[in-house]
Design a binder for this molecule. Sequence first.
Ligand code: CP
Length: 320
Amino acid sequence: MAELSVAHLLGIKYLNRDDLELIFETAAQFKQVINRPIKKVPSLRDITVANLFFENSTRTRLSFELAEKRLSADVVNFSASSSSVSKGETLVDTVNNILSMKVDMVVMRHPHPGAAFFLSRAVNSVIINAGDGAHEHPTQALLDAFSMREKLGELQGKRVAIVGDILHSRVALSNILCLQKLGAQVEVCGPTTLIPKYIESLGVSVSYDLDHTLAHSDVINMLRVQHERQHLRYFPGVREYSQQFGLTRARLEQAGHPDQVIMHPGPMNRGVEISSDVADGPQSIILNQVENGVALRMAVLYLLAAKQEVPAPAETPLSV
Ligand code: CP
């Protein structure tokens, strides 16, 4: 059986093209499974997964949990706000205590860039990065690329624009790395203050004009303005931002590409970076992205578990 080149999913930067193809192929199979009347398979029976969320999440947390349950894993959920982290326990102590309860895999979202990489070196478990600060969000980029391929086929030569708050976005970096490995051309678009200074060194083009970007893109991936990560004011106000970088029906019609695919990783600020008629309109695949998130995360969990020595079903002390 083909296997991943990595033992953890820490970032797209560590995956090669074969890894991406294997993940997409496996996710397509799991998508069929979760659309059957019986949505569960026994692939991760006897595996226990801990979901550690040190930062808020709706989509990622729920879709990992559903993916684990669809694979028949045992699941424990941890959120920092109701844990002993608030009493000063370190990340490594917290995770080692959870692992000593015979947990096999850890899914972690953390506000600090590099937290997942650090953990993978400090503890003995499979680590899956569910978003680390403004660094990477690998499963989001994978599900985004999987969703684009469903709509457009191969991404070689396709023009994908990522629009908005690139500076604070882990989705942007993971998407850029993933799309480039798949042969797409990436453009980032946003206010000068929200585009990192040296972003062109990643091989992307830069635009400060949304209408110009709309005119030549196959896919528009709108990002949320991350007010919680902005300790300074990066633009004069929400109204000005929306006027210049908000995606509206009028703008889409002016661009004149009815087949252009509109995406958003969520959560959306309706009326700021995207209007409701675009978010809910015929070009939007936003809910398809969320649906694909479950199958994609099933694939990641399954392929990483397959790399490990899966524990044999234990005989209980009572079995004879
Ligand atoms: N896209 C995404 O990561 O959403 P959540 O923050 O709700 O998980």
